[in-house]
Design a protein around this ligand. Sequence first.
Ligand SMILES: Nc1nc2c([nH]c(=O)n2[C@H]2C[C@H](O)[C@@H](COP(=O)(O)OP(=O)(O)OP(=O)(O)O)O2)c(=O)[nH]1
Length: 133
Amino acid sequence: MKKNIHVVGAVMIENQKVLCAQRGDSKSLPFKWEFPGGKIEEGESPQEALQREIIEEMHCSVEIGEKIDYTVYEYDFGIVHLTTFYCKVIEGDPTLTEHAAIKWMFPSDLHTLDWAPADIPAIEKIAKTLNTL
Ligand SMILES: Nc1nc2c([nH]c(=O)n2[C@H]2C[C@H](O)[C@@H](COP(=O)(O)OP(=O)(O)OP(=O)(O)O)O2)c(=O)[nH]1
């Protein structure tokens, strides 16, 4: 039986752009693009996990808004349950630490990156929702 991996991702919006992060080559899904975040630890709520991961990974604090999507995707290494939330930076600036690259993209351009497969439904939703604002 494959293990279930519960993951949260932050869709950080600034100046109408979304922060995208590219995974490094020493991890699962090398060089795929994802939303900053990570695994929920025991006893944490999704929001607590996301606050912690963003401080650890991006060296900034976020205010967590509305949930965007929940998707389940079966990889060879396990079954990822990904929940994404809209977020706003409230302290500090997102900083490149663990990722290979980070960049701000307009929602309509998100599909041009090579995303982790679990993220595809979320990027489609984001592009649709933010382009009609
Ligand atoms: N943070 C994040 N992870 C994602 C996304 N989409 C997606 O499939 N994942 C996967 C990649 C990882 O297997 C897992 C998150 O793990 P993590 O970020 O806490 O850990 P990691 O990359 O250091 O770990 P690992 O998989 O190399 O063990 O979820 C996403 O948008 N954001």
